[in-house]
Ligand binder design. Structure first.
Ligand code: ARG
Length: 452
């Protein structure tokens, strides 16, 4: 491609070191799409005769056909997907030598990558939507199931399991906004920026942008070939998404343990032990949690690469895609398997409630009941707290206390309070907007559905 200036061929070792074919070959279809649009524009503007543009486009279609039929083996000596396709095109159709008019691989690689990434992000959006759907349907299945809610990993207050699933709906829904942001960030067409400064030839950048489905051409040619923000935006989405996944998986791993036992995982999503016959391990959840570090690592990889790069294109940028692909593949796989697994998680309310019965998670309910009787909250908190301490010393639960015993410690207690001292009443009565009350959860489900 650049032999005019050189006396010697690039060394084989250098070819192997500098090639990006192993990474960018998967974008061949996007690359051809970009080239077709470019050729159409060259013909339309008269930069090359329209009939020649048509021949180039037919040639490009022939190359695509060869690739799809598995008849085209690209060569490392041609560095990347772009030069491999163009070289083959020119073999088939000598007019292919005109295709690179007013184009550099710098705007070409940016265009190709944006097209490819757009397809992948749109697919992720569908997968994420499915995950959100599953969470809503789990919330419906489990609205009336009560589990302990935790802060500091200590039993805090009883909650509806449906409410728990909806908490993840909120988190993943924010991830959807971040994904949409990344999609918006790539929605400008780099083609026509050239190597860095545009072209002396009268290219029509509006035309190529429109042909390739972008909202508009990029506004500054220097920024166009230097910019990888649309990738960092994706990586940020992916990292936060995986942190959510990891925290969710961690809960489910805990709840699946013998000590908790609130949930039952489908057999098909667990593995056994080669030594211990009793084991049913939550490997899928552990692996999803375990992949989180890689995803954050890929973001750091690119950020560190970009730091300190001078305006504009630098070859360092060729390293932008390796981690991106790994991240996209992993995030997509995690979304799919998680949605499948979650849709089949069952709850064991008996065990969840058994865990609650021994604790004092109704202490806040007692304090709030006293508040309704006119006791200042701090005093109510103190009274309920003292009684908890008294019970803990004797190894008894609230449910073991008679009304008389209650009244000995807290004279304001009356028989009506005994009626609210159950986990179910506790959840039912937390009927504030966004709270865990069954009625609220049902409202939240309806709201979530309308947002889907
Ligand atoms: N293989 C290169 C890449 O993927 C293509 C761009 C090369 N541009 C250059 N000025 N050498 O980034």
């Amino acid at each position: 491609m650049w032999h005019g200036r050189f006396k010697a061929d690039t060394a084989k070792t250098v070819q192997a070191f500098t090639q990006s074919l192993d990474i960018d070959w998967r974008m061949y279809e996007a690359d051809i799409q970009g080239s077709v649009a470019h050729a159409k524009m060259l013909g339309k503007t008269g930069i090359i005769p329209p009939a020649e543009a048509d021949k180039i486009i037919s040639g490009l279609m022939a190359v695509l056909g060869e690739i799809q039929a598995g008849k085209f083996t690209p060569s490392e000596s041609l560095e990347d997907v772009h030069m491999n396709i163009e070289a083959r095109l020119t073999e088939i159709e000598p007019l292919g030598a005109k295709l690179h008019t007013a184009r550099s691989r710098n705007d070409q690689v940016a265009t190709t990558t944006r097209i490819y990434l757009r397809t992948r992000l749109n697919a992720l959006r569908e997968n994420l939507r499915e995950l959100l759907r599953v969470l809503v349907s789990n919330a419906e299945r489990h609205t009336d199931i009560i589990i302990p809610g935790y802060t500091h990993m200590q039993q805090a207050q009883p909650i509806s399991l449906g409410h728990y699933w909806l908490a993840w709906f909120e988190a993943f829904n924010r991830d959807k906004s971040r994904l949409n942001f990344a999609l918006d960030a790539l929605d400008e067409c780099p083609l026509g920026a050239g190597a860095l400064a545009g072209s002396t030839l009268p290219v029509d950048r509006m035309m190529t942008s429109e042909l390739l489905g972008f909202s508009q051409p990029t506004r500054n040619s220097l920024d166009t070939v230097a910019n990888r923000d649309y990738m960092t935006d994706y990586h940020y989405f992916a990292s936060v998404f995986m942190i959510h996944v990891s925290r969710l998986c961690n809960d489910l791993i805990t709840w699946n343990s013998q000590e908790f036992g609130f949930i039952v995982l489908p057999d098909e999503f667990c593995t056994g032990s080669s030594m211990m016959p009793q084991k049913k391990n939550p490997d899928v959840l552990e692996l999803a949690r375990g992949k989180t570090g890689q995803i954050i690592g890929h973001m750091l990889d690119l950020l560190v690469n970009l730091k300190g790069l001078p305006m504009t294109y630098n070859r360092d940028l060729q390293e932008d895609k390796r981690g991106l692909w790994e991240s996209l593949d992993t995030v997509e796989a995690v979304m799919k398997i998680l949605a499948e697994l979650l849709s089949r998680v069952e709850a064991d309310e008996k065990l969840a409630l058994a865990g609650l019965e021994k604790g004092y998670s109704l202490a806040t309910d007692v304090a709030e009941y006293l508040v309704m009787k006119g006791v200042p909250f701090h005093e109510a908190h103190m009274k309920a707290g003292r009684l908890v301490g008294w019970c803990v010393e004797r190894g008894i639960a609230f449910s073991d206390l008679t009304l008389e015993q209650w009244q000995e410690h807290i004279p304001e207690v009356d028989s009506a309070m005994m009626g609210i001292l159950s986990a179910r009443e506790s959840v039912r009565r937390r009927n504030t907007y966004g709270g865990t009350g069954f009625e609220q959860v049902r409202n939240q489900i309806e709201e979530a559905k309308s947002r889907l």
